[in-house]
Ligand binder design. Structure first.
Ligand SMILES: [Zn+2]
Length: 145
Protein backbone atom coordinates (compact mmCIF):
# COMPACT_ATOMS: atom_id res chain seq x y z
CA UNK A 1 0.00 0.00 0.00
CA UNK A 2 2.78 2.40 0.91
CA UNK A 3 4.58 1.55 -2.30
CA UNK A 4 1.53 2.13 -4.43
CA UNK A 5 0.85 5.46 -2.80
CA UNK A 6 4.43 6.58 -3.23
CA UNK A 7 4.36 5.53 -6.89
CA UNK A 8 1.42 7.82 -7.44
CA UNK A 9 2.83 10.71 -5.50
CA UNK A 10 3.90 13.58 -7.71
CA UNK A 11 5.86 15.62 -5.20
CA UNK A 12 8.14 14.49 -2.40
CA UNK A 13 5.59 14.31 0.35
CA UNK A 14 5.30 12.13 3.45
CA UNK A 15 2.89 9.25 2.94
CA UNK A 16 1.73 9.39 6.53
CA UNK A 17 1.45 13.06 7.49
CA UNK A 18 1.71 14.74 4.06
CA UNK A 19 4.67 16.72 5.36
CA UNK A 20 6.84 18.25 2.67
CA UNK A 21 10.04 18.40 4.73
CA UNK A 22 11.40 15.19 3.28
CA UNK A 23 15.09 14.47 2.99
CA UNK A 24 17.15 11.55 1.77
CA UNK A 25 17.76 8.97 4.48
CA UNK A 26 21.07 7.27 5.14
CA UNK A 27 19.32 3.92 4.72
CA UNK A 28 20.42 2.04 1.61
CA UNK A 29 18.18 -0.50 -0.11
CA UNK A 30 19.35 -3.68 -1.80
CA UNK A 31 20.06 -3.67 -5.56
CA UNK A 32 16.50 -4.52 -6.70
CA UNK A 33 14.66 -2.13 -4.41
CA UNK A 34 17.41 0.44 -4.76
CA UNK A 35 17.12 0.48 -8.53
CA UNK A 36 13.68 2.03 -8.27
CA UNK A 37 13.42 3.56 -4.80
CA UNK A 38 15.35 5.93 -2.61
CA UNK A 39 14.97 5.86 1.17
CA UNK A 40 13.75 9.17 2.54
CA UNK A 41 12.84 10.43 5.96
CA UNK A 42 10.05 12.80 6.91
CA UNK A 43 11.35 15.56 9.14
CA UNK A 44 7.85 16.19 10.46
CA UNK A 45 6.80 12.75 11.76
CA UNK A 46 10.19 11.02 11.64
CA UNK A 47 8.95 8.19 9.43
CA UNK A 48 11.20 6.56 6.86
CA UNK A 49 9.69 5.37 3.62
CA UNK A 50 10.65 4.60 0.01
CA UNK A 51 10.13 7.16 -2.72
CA UNK A 52 10.52 6.39 -6.41
CA UNK A 53 13.79 7.81 -7.67
CA UNK A 54 11.89 9.92 -10.17
CA UNK A 55 10.02 11.65 -7.34
CA UNK A 56 12.97 11.82 -4.98
CA UNK A 57 15.31 13.44 -7.45
CA UNK A 58 16.47 16.99 -7.05
CA UNK A 59 15.95 19.42 -9.89
CA UNK A 60 17.39 22.88 -9.67
CA UNK A 61 16.27 25.66 -12.00
CA UNK A 62 18.71 28.51 -11.90
CA UNK A 63 18.06 32.17 -12.62
CA UNK A 64 21.38 33.79 -12.00
CA UNK A 65 22.08 37.41 -12.65
CA UNK A 66 25.59 37.17 -11.29
CA UNK A 67 27.56 39.10 -13.89
CA UNK A 68 29.64 36.93 -16.20
CA UNK A 69 32.74 38.93 -15.27
CA UNK A 70 32.45 37.96 -11.58
CA UNK A 71 35.41 35.68 -10.85
CA UNK A 72 33.44 33.48 -8.44
CA UNK A 73 30.26 33.23 -10.55
CA UNK A 74 30.44 29.56 -11.46
CA UNK A 75 31.86 28.49 -8.07
CA UNK A 76 29.00 30.21 -6.21
CA UNK A 77 26.37 28.79 -8.56
CA UNK A 78 27.82 25.29 -8.21
CA UNK A 79 27.92 25.61 -4.41
CA UNK A 80 24.25 26.60 -4.30
CA UNK A 81 23.32 23.70 -6.57
CA UNK A 82 25.38 21.19 -4.56
CA UNK A 83 23.89 22.32 -1.25
CA UNK A 84 20.45 21.26 -2.52
CA UNK A 85 21.43 17.83 -3.83
CA UNK A 86 20.26 15.78 -0.84
CA UNK A 87 16.91 17.53 -0.62
CA UNK A 88 14.37 16.08 -3.07
CA UNK A 89 12.15 18.34 -5.08
CA UNK A 90 12.00 20.90 -7.83
CA UNK A 91 13.91 23.91 -6.59
CA UNK A 92 14.22 27.35 -8.01
CA UNK A 93 17.30 29.36 -7.20
CA UNK A 94 17.38 33.02 -8.09
CA UNK A 95 20.44 35.20 -7.60
CA UNK A 96 20.18 38.88 -8.29
CA UNK A 97 22.21 41.92 -7.37
CA UNK A 98 20.61 44.13 -4.76
CA UNK A 99 21.01 47.71 -5.95
CA UNK A 100 20.62 49.05 -2.40
CA UNK A 101 23.65 47.48 -0.78
CA UNK A 102 25.58 45.91 -3.67
CA UNK A 103 25.08 42.41 -2.28
CA UNK A 104 23.76 39.40 -4.10
CA UNK A 105 20.32 38.32 -2.98
CA UNK A 106 19.72 34.59 -3.20
CA UNK A 107 16.19 33.21 -3.08
CA UNK A 108 15.80 29.44 -2.87
CA UNK A 109 12.29 28.09 -3.15
CA UNK A 110 10.24 25.00 -3.77
CA UNK A 111 6.50 24.88 -4.34
CA UNK A 112 4.63 24.63 -1.08
CA UNK A 113 7.63 25.60 1.02
CA UNK A 114 9.01 28.71 2.60
CA UNK A 115 11.51 30.66 0.55
CA UNK A 116 15.02 30.71 1.89
CA UNK A 117 16.86 33.99 1.46
CA UNK A 118 20.56 34.62 1.66
CA UNK A 119 22.54 37.77 1.15
CA UNK A 120 26.08 37.42 -0.15
CA UNK A 121 28.93 39.88 -0.38
CA UNK A 122 29.89 39.49 -4.06
CA UNK A 123 33.68 39.59 -3.87
CA UNK A 124 33.86 37.63 -0.61
CA UNK A 125 31.42 34.87 -1.50
CA UNK A 126 33.65 31.81 -1.26
CA UNK A 127 32.12 28.59 -2.57
CA UNK A 128 32.53 26.60 0.65
CA UNK A 129 30.97 29.37 2.72
CA UNK A 130 28.04 29.69 0.33
CA UNK A 131 27.58 25.93 0.56
CA UNK A 132 27.70 25.93 4.38
CA UNK A 133 25.42 28.95 4.65
CA UNK A 134 22.89 27.30 2.35
CA UNK A 135 23.07 24.01 4.27
CA UNK A 136 22.55 25.89 7.55
CA UNK A 137 19.49 27.66 6.11
CA UNK A 138 18.07 24.33 4.88
CA UNK A 139 18.71 22.80 8.30
CA UNK A 140 16.87 25.69 9.96
CA UNK A 141 13.89 24.96 7.72
CA UNK A 142 14.00 21.34 8.85
CA UNK A 143 15.02 20.10 5.41
CA UNK A 144 18.27 18.51 6.56
CA UNK A 145 19.07 16.30 9.53
ZN1 LIG B 1 5.54 12.55 7.97
Amino acid sequence: MLLIRSLLARAPECLLCSGTRVRRSSQVYGPLMGAVFVAVRCQECGRRFPLPRRVARTEVTFYSRIPTHAANKSAVETALRNALLSVPGAWTVEVRPNSKDDRWLVTISRSGGNAIRLSLVPGDAAADEVYEETRAALRKEGLLG
